[in-house]
Structures are given as structure tokens and as C-alpha cells.
Write a protein that binds this ligand. Structure first.
Ligand code: MBD
Ligand code: FE
Length: 281
């Protein structure tokens, strides 16, 4: 690989930071009491860590240097999504009855190519991996199929790279949006992803090495599933028996999210059916 086609932490971090800057976010009134309560508790938790471990000035300086580097590498989205988002998601989705959610991560891009009913995702002529048919039905909580539902889907390629975050990959590679017809079903023809290492040549990688951890996530599909009048669910799906399914650096695997693929009816690759019952909005 030449330098220009090698993904770097700084490259994907800069892309993730830029993508986040473009995200449409709520801009409510500031609730000063709530800000004070949350920040006071967060700081008090950190004070307790300093006391418990008798943090030295060398360690305090290492923390400062590392935090400066996280920003320089554009890795705040990566750091927060890998080590904090799973608890934010747990709290946000605690009252749902329908499909199980998990974290979004840093690599979603709105506006992927659109399909109705069945999609073959944009991919390169020699896209690596096992052909994989992912299909299912979007329903209400009672199991009635929903027309006009949407599966917004993205995944890494077989080398663990996401289009728009690593160089040299076609813009919408392995990304797509599929709308359901009257029977509520969707079919997505893609390639089975491989286990994935988060970028590890930047600040997050330095932390992982310093702590003696690993950088791996299990192979996963990302989805945002929605329908008119229903709550959108952001989730991921994993593969039974896959590496790191029980040891995800981002702690984002739940038993309900593990797929059990079969040989494809077409004879080419594998397939699986997974349905999404959606909570009312
Ligand atoms: C990913 O691909 C991902 O899904 C998450 C949550 C964090 C880093 C990279
Ligand atoms: Fe991912």
C-alpha cells in the first residue's frame, strides 16, 4: 500500500470529527442546575480516582498530554463512542419494548444510496468477503408488517475500513438505505464483514497499548431502522461464534444482537433473517 492509500488514525479521526461537526443536534435551553449537577458528579468521580490511586504529577502530565493528542488526532468521537456511548445508549433505550439497540459509533453518514425492497449495496468489482444476504421485516410491536419502513445500513469492508473514513474506497461503498414495500420486508445483498480493529496509530491506540488492552471489535453490521409513526432504533448485529463477540473493546454486544447465518438459498455465501419490531413514537 502507498502512503496515500493507507488509513491512519489521524485521517479517519479527522473525517469522524468533521462528520460529527455536520451532525444536526438539538440546541435546547441550558438547564444550569442540570449542568452543575452532572459536571460536579463527573469531577467528584475523578477526584475519587486520583485519591484512590494516589495519582502522581507524572501521571497527571501524561493525562494532559494524552488529552491534547486526542484532540489533535480528531479522536474524541472515537474515544467517546468506544468507551462511553454504550452506557448512554443503555440509558436512552431503557424503556423500549421492540428491537434491541446498541451504539452508533463514529462512522455513520446520512444520505446513502436508496433502494426499494431489495438492495445490492454499492461495492467494488472484486469486493472481498463472503457474499451475504441480510433480510427481514419491519413490524409494529404486535408483529404487523410496516410499509414505508427504512433500513439505513453501513459496514466496514473485509479489511475493516469504512468508506468516507479511509482513503481509496468509493464514496458509498457498503452503505445503503432500503425502504420496505407493502409486505414490510427488506433484502440487503452485501459481503460478510470481518472483525475490526479501531484505528490504533493515534491517541486511542496509545491508550490501548499503555493499558495492555486490545483494539478489536467483533465483525458487525450497523443499522438505523425506522418507520412512519415509530421510534428509530440504532443498532448493530454480530455473528455467532465470531472472534471478539464476547470481548468487544466497545462493549456493544448484546445476546439479542447475535446472528446465526445459514448457507444461502442461492448457493452463494450465507444468509440470515432478522426482524425489527419498532416501538411507537
Ligand atoms: C467502529 O466501527 C464502531 O462501530 C465503533 C462503535 C467504534 C469504533 C469503530
Ligand atoms: Fe463499526
Amino acid at each position: 500500500m502507498s502512503t496515500e492509500t493507507t488509513a491512519t488514525a489521524a485521517g479517519s479521526g479527522a473525517s469522524a470529527t468533521e462528520t460529527f461537526r455536520n451532525k444536526v443536534r438539538g440546541a435546547g435551553e441550558i438547564d444550569h442546575e442540570r449542568v452543575s449537577a452532572i459536571v460536579t458528579d463527573a469531577l467528584t468521580s475523578l477526584h475519587e480516582v486520583v485519591r484512590k490511586h494516589k495519582l502522581t504529577y507524572d501521571e497527571y502530565d501524561a493525562l494532559k498530554a494524552w488529552m491534547i493528542r486526542v484532540g489533535e488526532d480528531g479522536e474524541w468521537p472515537l474515544f467517546l463512542d468506544v468507551w462511553l456511548e454504550h452506557v448512554v445508549e443503555e440509558v436512552a433505550n431503557a424503556d423500549r419494548e421492540g428491537a434491541t439497540g446498541t451504539i452508533e459509533g463514529p462512522y455513520y453518514v446520512p444520505g446513502a444510496p436508496e433502494f426499494t425492497g431489495e438492495a445490492t449495496l454499492p461495492m467494488r468489482e472484486n469486493e472481498k468477503g463472503t457474499p451475504f444476504l441480510f433480510q427481514g421485516t419491519i413490524t409494529d410491536l404486535a408483529g404487523a408488517p410496516l410499509e414505508g419502513g427504512l433500513v439505513d445500513f453501513w459496514q466496514a469492508d473485509d479489511d475493516g475500513y469504512y468508506s468516507q473514513f479511509a482513503p481509496g474506497i468509493p464514496e458509498w461503498n457498503l452503505r445503503g438505505r432500503v425502504t420496505t414495500g407493502p409486505d414490510g420486508t427488506f433484502k440487503i445483498n452485501t459481503m460478510k464483514p470481518a472483525p475490526y480493529q479501531i484505528p490504533n496509530d493515534g491517541a486511542c491506540g496509545a491508550l490501548i497499548r499503555a493499558a495492555g488492552w486490545h483494539a478489536w471489535r467483533p465483525a458487525h453490521l450497523h443499522l438505523k431502522v425506522s418507520a412512519p409513526g415509530k421510534q428509530l432504533i440504532t443498532t448493530q448485529l454480530y455473528f455467532d461464534g465470531g472472534d471478539y463477540v464476547t470481548d468487544d473493546v466497545a462493549q456493544a454486544v448484546k445476546p439479542d444482537l447475535v446472528l446465526h447465518p445459514q448457507k444461502a438459498d442461492s448457493g452463494n455465501g450465507e444468509q440470515v433473517t432478522y426482524d425489527f419490531p419498532l416501538d411507537p413514537a
